[in-house]
Design a protein around this ligand. Structure first.
Ligand code: PEP
Ligand code: MN
Length: 262
């Protein structure tokens, strides 16, 4: 069902007056984790000022270590909702438990399925049973075919509102956190009708190359770019090394916008 052969026209995701896919690319930004009301509010104010319409922020964090910050859970979703309504932003947040999918629809505009859960089939089925748009991340070591099949799980249950996001894959290369597979963008655009985005934060893990990588993604046909921003990255409870502070984000955004690709 996700195949272009089944449906030639681009799937377009409508989040109120924000459109993703089928035209002008979108920039999605926000903190790795929702840490507090003030933290999210500070980022939201900066995003609003820059003209960003979609904010991300993790409330359920899939951390490598059980001793690391696990996220604020439902409380985090409540913070996102409150701040988003104040600033008129759309929101994206990761859900990790099938039992939380329905509830999440009351708080956020897009449900993210993280890389570690790309083949959590019960989670995919639950995501297919609601009508809230889904942002599906490519697995850490997933082939494009596996990625497409994961999206098929969602669409086959009736949820047609799916966006794919390339977030880098594991390779032998150590210069970046993961290897950004830019070729996935045109392949996914050709083979599926779904919007395709690129997460430049988790793929590269390097702030110094995020702007050129974002431009490369857009030049390759991506429908949007996602990036992490935190008011004070040094104190961030997750991904401290790779989040932009607000001035760095503004500089990044200006560079990408200056390319004319956004
Ligand atoms: C995230 O976007 O917050 C995240 C955890 O990313 P990924 O699932 O791609 O590692
Ligand atoms: Mn992160």
């Amino acid at each position: 069902l996700v195949s272009r052969k089944k449906k030639a026209e681009d799937t377009v995701i409508q989040l109120g007056d924000v459109t993703i896919g089928g035209g002008k690319p979108v920039m999605i930004a926000g903190p790795c984790s929702v840490e507090s009301y003030e933290q999210v509010r500070t980022v939201a104010a900066a995003l609003k000022e820059a003209g960003i319409t979609v904010m991300r922020g993790g409330a359920f964090k899939p951390r490598t270590s059980p001793y690391d910050f696990q996220g604020l859970g439902i409380e985090g979703l409540k913070i996102l909702k409150e701040v988003a309504s104040e600033f008129g932003l759309k929101t994206i947040s990761e859900i990790v438990d099938p039992a939380h999918i329905e509830l999440a629809c009351d708080y956020i505009d897009v449900i993210q399925i993280g890389a570690r859960n790309m083949q959590n089939f019960e989670l995919l089925k639950a995501a297919g049973d609601v009508r809230t748009p889904i942002l599906l991340k490519r697995g850490l070591a997933a082939t494009i075919d596996e990625f497409v099949h994961a999206a098929e799980y969602i669409l086959s249950r009736g949820n047609t509102q799916i966006m794919l996001i390339e977030r880098g894959i594991r390779t032998y290369e150590k210069a970046t956190r993961n290897t950004l597979d830019i070729s996935a963008v045109p392949i996914l655009k050709q083979e599926t009708h779904l919007p395709v985005l690129v997460d430049v934060t988790h793929s590269t893990g390097r702030k110094d190359i995020m702007a050129p990588c974002a431009k490369a993604a857009l030049a390759a046909g991506a429908d949007g770019v996602m990036v992490e921003v935190h008011p004070d990255p040094a104190t961030a409870l997750s991904d401290a090394a790779q989040q932009f502070n607000i001035p760095q984000f503004q500089e990044f955004y200006n560079q990408v916008k200056g390319s004319g690709l956004l």
